[in-house]
Design a protein around this ligand. Sequence first.
Ligand SMILES: [Zn+2]
Length: 242
Amino acid sequence: MSLYREQGVVLRTWKLGEADRIVSIMTQGTGKVRAVAKGVRKTRSRFGGRLEPFCHVDLSLYKGRNLDVVTQVEAVDLFRSLREDYDRVTAGTAMLEAIDQVAEEREPSVRLFLLLVRALRALDAGPDEPSLTLDSFLLKLLAVEGYRPALTQCAACGTPGDSNRFSAARGGVLCDRCRSGTESPLDPGTIPLLVELLDGDLAAAGGAKPGATARREAGNLVRSSVEYHLDRRLRSYPLVSR
Ligand SMILES: [Zn+2]
């Protein structure tokens, strides 16, 4: 067996036997990794609570045939402030779920890893609206995965300009010639909010002050776009308070 070092963020954990746990980790250089942490559920475990969801850690692992084995864990950032606040935990849980769904095992994606770390830092800093930090993260995730929504030009014909009709299936806003008639008109604040969340700084996203209608519509469009393009349900998304 060979030993390697990585840094990563813990996405999920499962109990294994009496005292062990399997952890799923989004690493910087190896993609998603599943590993066994032995004795982690004992009171005096040498891993000491550093292998919980959200923890950003430095790891030493033995490469196994099926599952790797964690031998050492150092904390990089445990995001304690995030983990003590219900609204931030639910928003962060949806982030971990989305990364877990799109990241492939042992398929490196530095961009996904860095996006996740930046988003968790933004949540840890205590934004006014964690749900907007989540929506910004999900729009940027779509872009990383190659499904960047078209917001300032028609998704079908590329004509630049504003539009208040949006189709998740067609990848963004639609001009008058391209819209099918099934897309309902949006609040004037909705598309500008999506532009701000997609292109703006993640750290500022949770401080945006949209109107209630724009915010609700933007959330619905983000969710439907993610679920359409990634072909997965986001189970924890509806639990996030808005
Ligand atoms: Zn068009």
